[in-house]
Write a protein that binds this ligand. Structure first.
Ligand code: NAD
Length: 479
């Protein structure tokens, strides 16, 4: 079934776009057109930003209490929950995410996150009185930072939108989102949910388009803060634009995380964790632990077990519940992943996969692939591949494991595997990354998520994320 949209959701209405240009969405599995939407233009962004500004300053949103904002977010969560199955299916068809993962993260986690932000808003304290050492009181106010411009990538389009909409709206901001052209059909389902939640017009607006439109939104004079998730290269360019404008920006960028398997690790637990830790959504997840650090004393045993497990994964239609690995998100992206696999063959020893699955004549599939004897300085260990390609790297002692883990431009995720909790925790403390898991990995919506080094600036999720959408004002009560 194909889905074709003719309008854009701006200012609380479905309106005709200014341009007749269209974005076609292609299924990662069948390579056929599954839908299309209008391509937004600069004039549509102007209109959306103006609507968001009006909503911020003049609508009921401007005067409603944090608790009322929380109630609106709860209504939004209910409307999203009703559409959970549709959302998961739309994402899966567009970018190849296995449906079980889409159900869990793009649907279930999305609703949980929105309810979490609703609760934060309901319990939010906007003003705090502080006694000054100078003998008077000061009122510290947390005010919404203003109109937010949010740019979303194609890999987890729903949850990454929620990670911006939730804290922005909890703080009282309004928002203009630019989804990625590759995954834009889901944004219409989210917009329908927003319409049902009855936010005042202009509180949330969507304008689909490519990178030029994104750059226009980032530098738009009506935007007060930019929230970006995507590649490190685009993040640098956005940071530059925001730097010139002195515009606050949060950046969630790429990763090349390490799974450190300690000598005493339970290998069965490692193998069970591998799909979610290293290969979530076909390896198209920013936090994937694609460098597997293995102790030399258990090297052969672990390499053999990982390569056998990965070779056994079911590769196929992402809508099939038995599928563990679906296709890459686009044909260009598959070319890129295959380029890295070719490079890997010259840099290391291929022990699993390395080609396309022979039974798949359509769709942008690559076999889940494992390289062993990888040097951490090689291209496949240093660059983000963003596909189902794992590099196994040998280490001799724990200090060397930490050195290798930290010898990366990135610092987003990571895992440590050991039956000795304290030992694993002590090692996790030494890894330079914004997040890390012990014997597994699952971003916690109640704690900050984000990266260090080239993985980004700022944090999403947790109560801390709301601060990125607020500005502080001190009112000195002198008389
Ligand atoms: P991308 O940077 O190519 O595009 C991301 C979004 O930014 C798209 O909407 C695109 O149209 C827009 N864009 C691109 N260049 C822009 C520019 N100069 N100005 C404004 N907008 C611009 O990334 P992608 O291929 O869509 O996504 C994959 C990348 O995202 C990977 O590097 C992945 O690690 C990263 N990512 C990071 C996180 C995180 O939380 N750290 C989460 C998911 C994905």
């Amino acid at each position: 079934m194909q889905t074709h949209h003719q309008t854009l959701f701006i200012d609380g209405e479905w309106i005709k776009p200014f341009s007749s240009n269209r974005i076609e969405v292609i299924s990662a599995t069948t390579e056929e057109v599954i839908g299309s939407v209008p391509e937004g233009s600069e004039a549509d962004i102007d209109r959306a930003v103006a609507a968001a500004r009006r909503a911020l300053k003049e609508s009921a949103w401007a005067t409603c209490s944090p608790a009322e904002r929380g109630e609106a977010l709860n209504r939004f969560a209910d409307a999203l929950e009703k559409r959970g199955a549709k959302l998961a299916q739309a994402v899966s068809m567009q970018n190849g995410m296995p449906i079980n993962t889409a159900d869990q993260l793009e649907s279930g986690y999305t609703v949980a996150l929105m309810r979490y932000y609703a609760a934060l808003a309901i319990n939010m304290q906007v003003e705090e009185s502080r006694a000054s050492p100078l003998g008077f009181n000061t009122l510290v106010r947390r005010e919404p930072i203003g109109v937010v411009g949010a740019i979303i990538p194609w890999n987890f389009p729903v949850i990454l939108s929620m990670m911006k909409i939730g804290p922005a709206l909890a703080a009282g901001c309004t928002i203009v989102l630019k989804p990625s052209p590759g995954t834009v059909l889901d944004s219409y389902i989210v917009a329908e949910a927003a319409e049902e939640a009855k936010f005042p017009p202009g509180v949330i607006n969507w304008v689909p388009g490519g990178r030029e439109l994104g750059a226009y939104l980032v530098s738009h004079p009506g935007i007060d803060k930019v929230a970006f998730t995507g590649s490190t290269a685009a993040g640098r360019s956005i940071a530059q634009a925001c730097g010139k404008l002195l515009r606050p920006v949060s950046l969630e960028l790429g990763g090349k995380s390490a799974a450190i398997i300690l000598e005493d690790a339970n290998l069965d637990a490692v193998l069970q964790g591998l799909p979610s830790v290293s290969l979530t959504s076909n390896g198209q997840a920013c936090f994937s632990c694609t460098r597997i650090l293995v102790p030399s004393r258990r090297y052969k045993e672990i390499v053999d077990a990982i390569s056998a497990t990965v070779s056994s994964y079911v590769v196929g239609d992402p809508l099939d519940r038995a599928t563990q690995i679906g296709p890459m998100g686009s044909s260009i992206h598959r070319d890129r992943v295959e380029g890295y696999i070719a490079k890997g063959k010259s840099e290391a020893k291929l022990v699993a996969g390395g080609g396309r699955p022979s039974d798949r004549t359509r769709g942008w599939f690559v076999q889940p692939t494992v390289f062993a004897d990888v040097s951490n300085s090689s291209t496949i260990a240093q660059e983000e591949i963003f596909g189902p390609v794992l590099s196994i790297i040998r280490y001799h002692d724990e200090n060397e494991a930490v050195r290798i883990a930290n010898d990366s431009a990135y610092g987003l995720g990571g895992t440590v595997w050991s039956v000795d909790h304290e030992r694993a925790l002590n090692l996790a403390r030494r890894v330079e990354s914004g997040t890390i898991g012990i014997n597994g990995y699952m971003p916690d919506l109640n704690t900050p998520f984000g990266g260090v080094k080239a993985s980004g600036l700022g944090r999403e999720m947790g109560p801390e994320s709301v601060a990125a959408y607020q500005q502080l004002k001190s009112i000195y009560l002198l008389g």
